[in-house]
Ligand binder design. Sequence first.
Ligand code: 4F9
Length: 227
Amino acid sequence: MDIGIITLFPELFSAVMQYGVTGRTVQNEQLNIHFFNPRDYTTDNRRTVDDRPYGGGPGMVMCAPPLVSAISAARKHLTAPVHTIYLSPQGTPLTQERLTQYASHTRLLLVAGRYEGIDERVIENEINEEISIGDYVLSGGELPAMVFIDALARLLPGALGNDLSARQDSFTNNQLDYPQYTRPAEYHGHKVPPVLLSGDHRAIENWRKKNAEQRTHTKRPDLSPIT
Ligand code: 4F9
């Protein structure tokens, strides 16, 4: 899979590119990440990427021309068509279900904004989909883009070394995961539920199913499990 990223701060992405499961997918080239920095597509001596909002008000807005030039360069490099996603609080909430769909796309382009946002005309003309990772405001789209990449990379074939663990994750079937335990079997007087030590696989499966349903109901009553 190829992912292009439009960002003023490509260095931030070392967090996902150099560590853990996501780092391994980059190392294996299951995931190829390509950066395009709008700063590199400016034409003035000061390399300006932002300006004051028309109509007044606080903060700055990312200008269309360097952003669109960076997007065009990315499309050319990735060979169009590329599904282009802008990470923003105005977007559709990201879900595990949507991520499983993106995992079969071969080319994605993520646009990370800074400041108060990007010129609306870029959204109208260049963006296929706006995605939000939650109802809060960050100082830029880079962290949401990294959240997106992390959640996606672990779904790529072979990324986990264990395909079962992806299917049993929280939110698969719109349900939370069951409780997990490991050694020691007793910790400060707290015992692991005995059924998990019983070796009775049917009983264990029933216990996990029941507990996943129970905790989804109590902790996340807004979720409707798919059974
Ligand atoms: C993007 C917040 C996606 C939540 C981008 C400031 C953002 C965001 N989900 N906040 N820039």
